[in-house]
Design a protein around this ligand. Structure first.
Ligand SMILES: Nc1nc2c(ncn2[C@@H]2O[C@H](COP(=O)(O)OP(=O)(O)OP(=O)(O)O)[C@@H](O)[C@H]2O)c(=O)[nH]1
Ligand SMILES: [Mg+2]
Length: 195
């Protein structure tokens, strides 16, 4: 049976871009520009052997977040064939604070998905505002690589501290440049085969 994965996260972190990168399709999920939220409703996309559910960006307001979470929860409740096997929280590599997202982890993850939850750290290329990114080779320079590793470890501990939810150290990648997207795909395939 096809596995279903849900991507959640703040507005503009790159959830839709991540889905396109994983599916190796350019314009499948609509990508935003500027700071307006782009994705408005839940939508499932078939990628390489699994289904990725795109969701509206969080952090636009308490009542909006609540509405999005209710829609996410009713997706699986109303459609037993859309049981979510795993939830991915997408965060940005440059951020030190995930603000509103902690509340959502508490509300959505802690009760239902704590054992099938992981974090993906996107926009690796932008972590130091574009500095120390080797565009020719599509790789971080050593200084940025060091920074990304620290950010990943720190994201794990901040999430644990703020929500009590235990996660693995996030994978970092860039949906825009394709850096380490295949590692993220492998990670998802490994999860698919797990259960
Ligand atoms: N530099 C860089 N930009 C990225 C990356 N991933 C996404 N973006 C850009 O970030 C912007 C938002 O991307 P989306 O994929 O629409 O983000 P989203 O999380 O789906 O946004 P909402 O649907 O509004 O919640 C777009 O301009 C993307 O091109 C990345 O890895 N690096
Ligand atoms: Mg989107």
């Amino acid at each position: 049976m096809m596995k279903h994965f849900l991507l959640i996260g703040g507005t503009g972190v790159g959830k839709s871009s991540t889905i396109n990168a994983l599916a190796q399709k350019n314009n499948m999920a609509k990508v935003g520009y500027g700071s307006e939220p782009k994705t408005q409703k839940l939508m499932g996309y078939r990628a390489r052997g699994y289904v990725l559910w795109d969701t509206p960006g969080l952090g636009e307001g308490i009542s909006e977040d609540e509405r999005h979470i209710n829609n996410i929860v009713s997706l699986s409740v109303d459609n037993p064939k859309y049981q979510i096997d795993h939830v991915f929280l997408v965060i940005e590599a440059k951020k030190r604070d995930f603000g509103g997202v902690y509340k959502v982890i508490e509300n959505l993850i802690r009760s239902r998905h704590e054992d099938n939850f992981s974090v993906l750290m996107n926009q690796a290329d932008q972590a130091m505002k574009g500095q120390n990114w080797n565009a020719e080779e599509n790789l971080p320079k050593p200084k940025l690589l060091e920074f990304l590793k620290e950010q990943a470890v720190s994201a794990k501990s901040r999430i644990m501290r703020n929500t009590g939810v235990v996660v693995s150290i996030p994978e970092f990648y860039s949906a825009l440049t394709g850096y380490k997207v295949s590692e993220v795909h492998e990670h998802i395939v490994a999860i698919s085969q797990c259960r």
